[in-house]
Design a protein around this ligand. Structure first.
Ligand code: GDP
Length: 359
């Protein structure tokens, strides 16, 4: 892999391993190589190919995952080199697998299907050249024709999906507006994957949101009503977590999730403060938020997992020194009341935009 921004190769591979785990795979090892530029045929060099080949034999490996996107040709050559039934895939395909497993609503399923088709489009070649080989070259040329037909079919399907997605989105908006005809402020949880967003949502509302040590535990926007003892309430929405290297094609697929953020009264940025790269993760999330046109929306930062840090007092002092930070442990419940109070204060400061509630 290549280093992207301030994330090291090791960190990127660690996230890739987490993603593989989320997809239900067991990771037996990882390796990387520093090349001036990727090998056009196999992405990695021939020595590395041989090294991985022997690891495949030693550990009976079924899948080899690359952290960067592979070209259709590289994919094919690597599969040939590794031989047998070894599946070769890249980060994008892995994330698509996870999205596919986790797509819980019609809209999410459509988004994933669309992203998968767009991913497949340039990769259609493989299946047909494979068939040509099997037929001993007798059908040469036929494969190429078939690829064109397939591409056309796929493009048509993509068009149909896009239209359907558009109408589902419109419908959701209407539904949302109806739901908000009684003005209740919407608070959106944003943050890096695994920061603890769904755990926080669970703790606060008893909502039945999947929470486990996995990436993308929450794919669909999930909204719950939080009622305070003083009678005031707000809607808390969980959003899909950011990841360090989300391929651009997948960002587009999650536009509906991101769009939802722009309609909230408050953004709560949940941070896993026990993570060694917490600062970098904060930067990564804020960078994406800056691109989302949500600068007008007030923000509150939550430093989660204070139960896990070595020196909680130091962290708490640091949080006090800065502004708008609440320290919590979504797991133990520490700081949750302070969190709710801080949300209330923030909502008081910010007038809830009336347009958002017009039925
Ligand atoms: P999400 O991806 O942001 O929704 O993160 P999750 O809520 O799924 O949490 C990811 C992992 O972190 C899970 O294993 C949680 O149990 C764990 N976790 C969440 N909050 C805390 C916390 O305050 N302390 C500790 N120690 N672990 C936590």
């Amino acid at each position: 892999g290549e280093t992207s921004d301030s994330f090291s190769i090791e960190e990127s591979l660690k996230e890739l391993a987490q993603l593989a785990d989320t997809a239900g795979l067991m990771v037996v090892g990882s390796t990387y190589q520093k090349l001036a530029s990727p090998n056009p045929r196999t992405y990695i060099g021939s020595g590395k190919v041989a090294e991985i080949k022997s690891a495949i034999r030693a550990f009976e490996v079924e899948t080899v995952i690359f952290d960067d996107e592979l070209s259709p040709g590289q994919l094919r050559n690597l599969e040939k080199a590794f031989g047998g039934d070894v599946r070769v895939c890249d980060r994008t395909a892995l994330i698509l697998d996870i999205f596919n497993q986790r797509a819980a609503t019609h809209e999410a399923a459509l988004q994933v299907a669309l992203a998968q088709m767009e991913y497949q489009l340039p990769r259609l070649t493989k299946m047909w050249t494979h068939l040509e080989r099997q037929a001993g070259g007798k059908v040469k040329g036929m494969g190429e024709k078939q690829i064109e037909v397939d591409k056309r079919i796929l493009r048509t399907q993509i068009g149909v999906l896009k239209k359907e997605l558009e109408s589902v989105r419109k419908h959701r908006k209407q539904y949302r507006n109806r739901r908000f005809s009684v003005p209740v402020p919407v608070v959106s949880l944003v943050g890096y994957t695994n920061a603890g967003k769904s755990t926080l949502l669970n703790q606060l509302t008893g909502a039945n949101v999947l929470s486990e040590d996995r990436l993308f535990a929450t794919l669909d926007p999930t909204t719950r009503r939080v009622q305070m003892k003083n009678g005031s309430e707000f809607l808390l929405t969980d959003t899909v977590g950011f990841i360090q290297k989300l391929p651009t094609t997948l960002v587009a697929a999650f536009r509906a999730t991101l769009e939802e953020i722009s309609e909230s009264s408050l953004l709560v940025h949940v941070v896993d403060i026990s993570h060694p790269l917490a600062e970098q993760q904060i930067d990564a999330v804020e960078k994406v938020l800056a691109e989302l046109d949500v600068s007008e929306i007030p923000k509150l930062m939550v430093w989660n997992k204070v139960d896990k840090v070595t020196d909680p007092e130091k962290i708490k002092l640091e949080a006090e020194r800065r502004e708008d930070i609440v320290c919590i442990s979504a797991l133990t419940g520490e700081g949750l009341l302070e969190f709710c109070n801080a949300v209330q204060e923030k909502l008081k400061d910010s007038m809830v935009p009336v347009e958002a509630f017009v039925p």
